[in-house]
Every structure is written in C-alpha cells, then in structure tokens.
Design a protein around this ligand. Sequence first.
Ligand code: GLC
Length: 609
Amino acid sequence: MRSKAVLCVLLLALLAGCAGSGGAARSDRPDRAGDGCHGADDCLARMTLAEKAGQMIQLQNAFLDDPRDLARLSIGAMLSAGDDGGPRGGGNDAAAWAGMVEGYQRAALRSRLRVPLLYGADAVHGMSGITGSVIFPHHIGMGATRDPALVARAERVARDETLGAGVRWAFTPCVCVPRDVRWGRTYEGYAEDPGVVGELGAASVRGFQGDALGPGSVLATAKHFVGDGGTAYGSAAGEGRLLDQGDVRVGEAELRRVHLAPYRDVVDAGVGSVMASYSSVRGVRTHGDRRLLTGVLKGELGFEGFVVSDYDAVQQLPGGELAAQVARAVNAGIDMVMVSKDYRGVHRAITAGVREGRIPRARVDDAVRRILDVKERLGFFDDPFTDRALTAKVGSPRHRAVAREAVRASQVLLRNEGGALPLPRRGSYRIVVGGNGADDLGRQLGGWSVGWQGGTGRTTEGTTFLQALRRATAGTGIEVATEGRGDVGIWVGGEDPYAEWFGDSETLALGEENEADLADVCGRAKTCVGVLYSGRPVVLGGALARTDAFVAAWLPGTEARGITDALFGAGFSGRLPVTWPRRAADAAGRSREAGADPLFRYGYGIRPY
Ligand code: GLC
C-alpha cells in the first residue's frame, strides 16, 4: 500500500477514534454542541470565504491525501466513485463503508465551525457499490413495470441499505430520456417517454427522501441536467465515444417537451440536488450554461436545492485553465464542484475568484446557503451520523423479496409461440440450460455494480438464473441440466457489463457467442425459451425465430427468482419502455414516427397468463 495511503488510513483512524470498520457506538459519538455553527443562517453568517469555498467542494475518498484537510478546508461533501469506493484498509461490505464514512464525518467535525459532511455514492439500482447489498433491476427494467408504487417501494429499500452503509446522498434518479438506444447509458433511463420518466423519477425521489427532506431521508439527485439522453449520434468527442457526453441538437421546444419535462416532476417531488450533465446543448457545455442551470432550472422551475457538477466535468469546460473554468461553472449556477484529485486547486479557484472579482461574493453565498439548507433539512446539525441498526439489515430476505417482485414485474415477453410459456410447475420433464448468463451473477447486474463497469462472475451475493431454476424445480420431478438434450431448452445470455461511454454501440449486436449458444441450446430441445440480459434492445436478427418464447429480462440484479417466477406462471406484465429497432441504424427512431418499422413498438409486451 503506498506510503501516502498508509498515512491516510492511520490519520483517519486516529482522528476518527473508531476501531476499524466496526465504527463507534452511538453513545461515544461527538455531539455538535458547543462552538459549532447551527443551521444555514448561523453558519453562513460566521463562515470565512475559505470555509464557504470548502463547502462548495465534493472530493473523492480515494484522492483525499490527508483527512485533516476535511477540517482545514471545511470540505462540504465527499463521494465514493465507481471503483474502489470502500475503505482503504479493505472490506467493501456495509459495515466497512459505515465505519469509513463515520471516520470522515468525525474528521470533518473538527473544522472550526464543525459543519457536518455530506457523503454520496451511486446507489443507482440499490446501494450497488457495496458487496452484500440487494441490487435491483436497472432503471430500464423498472421502466418496463410502469409502476410508480413499486419504484417507491424499491427505493425505500435502497434508502435503508444506503443508510446502512453510512451514506446519506444517492446520485439517483437519472431522469434522462434515452432517445437513441445506441447510447451506453440507455439502461439508466426509465423510458423514451418523458411522462413515464417524470412519474417514475418522482417516485424514486419520494422513495429516498420521503414526502420531504428530513432526518430519515437519503438525499436524492436528479441527473444529468439536461438532455443527456438526447445527444446526436456521432457528436461525442473522444476515443470510442458515439453519443455519451455529446451534443444535444434539438430545438428548444423539443428540449423542453422531452428532456426538461421530467425535471418539473422531480422538482415538484422535492428533489434536494440536481447533477449537471457533461453534454452540451446546441454547442454550449451545460456545466457553463447559465441560461439552463440558473435561468431555467432555478428560475423557471423554482429548484431550491443545490446543483452539483459531474465528476471532474468543470475541468472539461473550454479554456483549460482551472480558475477560469471554476469561475464560469459557479457563475453559471454550479453550487458544488465534484472533483477527484485537485480539490485544493478548486478551493483556490473559488477564493481567488471572489477576491479577484471573477465570482460575485453573493453567488458564493447563494451556493453555500443552498448546500447548508439541505444539510439542515436532513437534520445534520442535530445528528450527522446514520443509524447503524440499518447496517445489519443490508441484504436481508425482506429486502430481497421486494427486488424479486420488481424483477418479475420488469420482465417483458416478446414472443410465445404455441403456448411455450408458462412452463409446467411440476412433471417429469427435462430442462437444459445454457448461455453466458445462465450462471453468472455479474451479467445480471450490468454496470454500476460493485465496480464502475460491473463485472462477470460472482461479484457479490445473489441468485443466478440457474440457481433460481434449481430452487423453483426442487421436488417437482423436473430435471435441470446444463448438458445434453431436453424437453425444454432455456438460453440465458446477453451483453457484457458496461457503464457510460463504454456502452456506446454502433451495431447493437447480440454477438456471435450469444447467437451460437442460443442455436446450440435450442438445437438440443423440443421447446426453446430465450432470456436476454441487456441494458437496451439489441439487434436480434434470426435469433428470435429460433426460439418459441423470448423474454427481455434487462439487467435484473441479484434476484433472478423473479424471472423463474414469471416463466412458471406468475405472469408477465412488463411493457417495452423503449422502441425495439429492427436494425441499429433505426435506433434513433421512435415507434410513433411516420414510417417507423421497429421490430417491436414502444409499450409492446405479451401477457399470456
Ligand atoms: C459519473 C457519472 C455520474 C456519477 C458520477 C459519480 O461520471 O456521470 O452519473 O454519479 O460520475 O460517480
């Protein structure tokens, strides 16, 4: 372990006074009484410019050189980003994270005014950064349910598991409206229809925050403002990028009708933070777009929370010089800067920006007030620590049952010839299973699962399809095999996990391995069922006709029993949240557009039982 990291671990333990990942009992936690400031008005009145600048910084745990910087600079927030989110000393379960976050909080409370720290993570389909948590279907699957009550229930579980990991800020819901499924982040969106996105996004906010921000809330984040799902194919700069972080080239009316509309719903639901988008609108980078961030979001929509930049996105603004980039972003309406390594540089850029007249002092005061107001509404000035009783409930059977129900409700049946489904629950018949997803938990999860890009194999705790099938058929007379011939063949496979621009696809190909596996399994069975794990529609070509039944399972998460529940008779209720194109070149087309010839239209789904 590098010497600097060793120093950090030792300092953190010393400052935190907590024993490793166990954390401290509630009784010996530092209370905030005494000389600390209390609430937005009091803190703002007493803070120096340097302390205000610190509140406007969110730094990543992996790059905190010295925990004493949290107090020295009065840092407002931290995050665990995609990879290596856990404590440096190892351990990636809820208890390890909770101990880590508590240590940072204790270090931050040593600042002059003892302002509590806000810790955030990408709990985008459950608290998916830690091992042992319940991982839900990605948003595209939840969109297939069209069920806001189910989304809210799922997010209440995610809220409790996020709190169990000591985290109080979730960078979700993405209320992007994916309009071209070749985009690598399609699965982070609920649907191509802004009405569905707004309804489910608002349900997600209420699931995490409750009806209003309060001591039991996890702060939600509507992202990425605005138009991240509407970038033009080929407009993204950078190796291998096609759409992600590209340019939105639609007129103002379409921008508002499609991409801005969901933000009205989530602002009305009380979302406490909004994350700006890396992308640009008609050539203007959104992180520097005062018209959109301040005029539209804070002005027209009346958003009263705070706007956080995306990860190192401020440094992507034109000009290349940090002081100017930070000044442009803050003046445009960014209230908190999410930064990896150069948090000291950002701090200097804010303080110097004010002293040298590039940033109005009133703009800094407005930003800090927004941040402190959210902390006050979260109850941080009374108790900035999370309830450690929730840590033991992470991954509980009750939580997994909610995810299993969400998985079943998200399944979309695209084909069912000859009544292939439902499969008889009992009887002496043989099922032969194959495909790269049959017994691979990582493929069920997709990106943003333990690691940024996800992974294959047993990356956390959960139930694979094959394990689910074996449990569903135990004692029924049905034989399950992975070799030989069968009465029924089930192919389970699909996309390799990916996140962000790594998922941008020119071809939407199912892939030769999947096509060969599907042909092989179906060639060894009388009746064949295809189960596709994917973050979006893929080009199915001849594969579909090789099957008797075909299920779009999306990226279902840790509870594959929800899929077997549907196969054995619990029913299919999912409907396509996006248009399923026949060819990749049609991926930007909408079902309802004149001349559209999709393979399956938006909203399609068979409900045989
Ligand atoms: C990423 C993503 C954003 C995420 C953030 C923190 O680049 O764009 O969705 O919340 O960084 O991980």
